[in-house]
Write a protein that binds this ligand. Structure first.
Ligand SMILES: [Zn+2]
Ligand SMILES: [Zn+2]
Length: 425
């Protein structure tokens, strides 16, 4: 079975390609990229005139909630939301129940994904047993079972000695260490960013310093150990500056930004609306601007959604009781176009890098390019399609998005995984 994607603007940052061309996909792989490719007999033709054809997008940070929280999301439903967002590969965080801290859980996720997911799913193993921050998890066994990185996301590794050992182990296994940067003593049960708004609304604040302190500590440990260190969901001006400086000193550090952190600040929050409650919290306008600057300057190397589904009943409680996190797979590309590309902050090719080669360089999945022989993962999107996001039509099992009803210009049109279209608008 083969498919010829005809006449699209093919942008493949890995090879520097940016011109109108055809892409032939056969046997689950990219077979040929070029102009005037003749369709093989029986090939499906997809007319991509006026559309962008890119390598399949990679989201290196999602929560699929399975096993343990299937009422909020499953590997299958999360994968369908990913496909509808233009993602062909996702890396899922280990804060499931049980926590993915052993080869048994890793294998379970790999097996479920093989049977039920419509996109490629790569599990991230825990750093510590139960993500409790004390004893290292079975890192080597998880890697053998398919884990592509380690993280205790949802929780930071508070103990510096444990983090140092984790980095040493991860280095010997050649795995990246992804940290949820939050000093729990400083965030101290806070619900939103500490600032004018938190004071006005009488909510406990999470200071920017709770992130900055952890980033500073970990950069010292990354330098000490030589580990590949990655800051999840960077959100503050100082953290962006520290990561930028460390990268200039050749410390092996990377960081990702979420669409909500480069789009929204605390001043954009609807008061007491839990669809604006996440960790790290929406920061000040100055922090948001620094994240955008970090993306434009190349300090931030990946866009990741931190897709965090929560069932309606959990998000309907009063603000202080609600869990942290929002869904984000289906709005990420449109937000990146609107906030980064359309205002001229970055080029279209640079945006595609942030969704492909950027995360690929950290996770090393063997994906993120359109060259012949590469897996047949392709994201087709429009830069001018007008549409509105209706969260009630989401493929996710959860509805917790602050972007419900938002009108967009540009968005995903078709998603191909391993040579087969798994979603079309
Ligand atoms: Zn996190
Ligand atoms: Zn997360």
């Amino acid at each position: 079975m083969s498919t010829l994607i005809k006449n699209g603007r093919v942008i493949d940052p890995a090879s520097g390609t940016d011109h109108v061309a055809d892409v032939l996909v056969a046997g689950g792989q990219i077979a040929q990229v070029g102009t005037g490719i003749a369709a093989p007999q029986g090939a499906e033709i997809f007319d991509a005139t006026g559309l962008v054809v890119a390598p399949g997008f990679i989201d290196m940070h999602v929560h699929l909630r399975e096993p343990g929280f299937e009422h909020a999301e499953t590997i299958e439903s999360g994968s369908r939301a990913a496909a509808a967002g233009g993602f062909t590969s996702v890396c899922c965080m280990p804060n499931t129940k049980p926590v993915n801290d052993s080869a048994t859980v890793t294998s379970y996720i790999v097996e479920r994904a093989r049977r039920l997911a419509v996109v490629n799913v790569f599990p991230i193993g825990a750093i510590t047993k139960g993500s409790a921050g004390e004893e290292l998890a079975a890192i080597g066994n998880m890697k053998a079972a398919g884990a592509v990185a380690i993280s205790d996301d949802g929780m930071p590794v508070m103990n510096a000695r444990v983090m140092r050992r984790a980095m040493e182990f991860a280095r010997s296994y050649d795995l990246p260490v992804i940290q949820h940067c939050e000093d729990l003593n400083l965030s101290a049960g806070g619900d939103m960013h500490e600032g004018v708004k938190s004071v006005r609304w009488g909510l406990r604040g999470i200071p920017a310093a709770s992130e900055d302190v952890m980033v500073a500590r970990d950069l010292l440990l990354a330098e000490l150990t030589g580990a590949r260190y990655h800051v999840a969901h960077i959100s503050t001006r100082r953290s962006v500056a520290m990561v930028g400086e460390a990268r200039s000193k050749a410390i092996t550090v990377t960081c990702e930004a979420t669409p909500h952190h480069f789009t929204l600040a605390d001043e954009n929050m609807e008061p007491y609306d839990s669809n604006y409650k996440m960790k790290p919290p929406l920061r000040s306008g100055c922090d948001r601007g620094a994240v955008v600057d970090g993306i434009a300057a190349g300090t931030v190397t990946a866009i990741a959604t931190d897709h965090a589904p929560h069932a309606g009943s959990e998000k309907m409680q009063e603000f202080e009781r609600c869990p942290f996190g929002i869904i984000g797979l289906e709005t990420a590309l449109a937000l990146a176009l609107e906030e980064l590309v359309q205002p001229g902050r970055i080029s279209l090719a640079r945006m595609i890098e942030l969704f492909t080669t950027g995360p690929e360089s950290v996770m090393r999945l063997g994906r993120g390019r359109l060259a012949p022989g590469a897996p047949g993962d392709v994201t087709v999107f429009s830069t001018d399609l007008e549409w509105a996001y209706d969260v009630n039509l989401s493929f996710s099992r959860s509805r917790n998005s602050p972007f419900d009803g938002r009108k967009f210009r540009g968005g995903p049109v078709a998603t191909m995984v391993n040579g087969e279209f798994v979603w079309r608008r």
